[in-house]
Write a protein that binds this ligand. Structure first.
Ligand SMILES: [Zn+2]
Length: 116
C-alpha cells in the first residue's frame, strides 16, 4: 500500500535519488567471506552497495500510479517530447492508461485531512 510520501519531503529526500548496485569487491558480490564462512563484513552480507548513478546529475522520480501530480507531469512531458520522440510520448500515455485503475483504487484509500 502506498504511503503517500509525495505529501511530504523535498527534492533532496533519498527517494528521489537514482542509485545503481555495485558488487562488493571484497566478497565478489556473494555477501559471504568464504575463508571464514561468515557474512561479508564489508557489505554486511548484501553483496554490494547502492551508489548514486551520477552524483552531478539532476533527477526527479515520479510515482505515477499513486500520485496525481506525477500523472499530470507525465502527461505534460508526453506532450512536450512528442515532436522529437513520438514512441516515448505514446509509451507514456499508455503507461498512464494501464495504471489508471490502480491509481483510482489507491486514491480511494487516500487519508482525509482532519479539519483544524
Ligand atoms: Zn561483501
Amino acid at each position: 500500500m502506498p504511503d503517500f510520501d509525495y505529501l511530504k519531503g523535498g527534492l533532496l529526500t533519498p527517494k528521489y535519488l537514482i542509485h545503481k548496485w555495485v558488487p562488493c569487491e571484497l566478497c565478489d558480490g556473494t555477501g559471504r567471506n568464504a575463508q571464514v564462512d561468515l557474512s561479508c563484513g564489508a557489505c554486511h552480507g548484501r553483496g554490494g552497495y547502492p551508489v548514486q548513478v551520477d552524483p552531478e546529475a539532476s533527477y526527479f522520480v515520479l510515482r505515477y500510479d499513486a500520485d496525481p501530480n506525477a500523472r499530470a507531469a507525465l502527461l505534460t512531458y508526453s506532450e512536450s517530447i512528442r515532436p522529437v520522440n513520438d514512441v516515448l510520448a505514446d509509451d507514456l500515455l499508455r503507461a498512464l492508461a494501464t495504471t489508471e485503475d490502480r491509481f483510482q483504487a489507491i486514491m480511494a484509500t487516500l487519508p482525509v485531512a482532519e479539519p483544524e
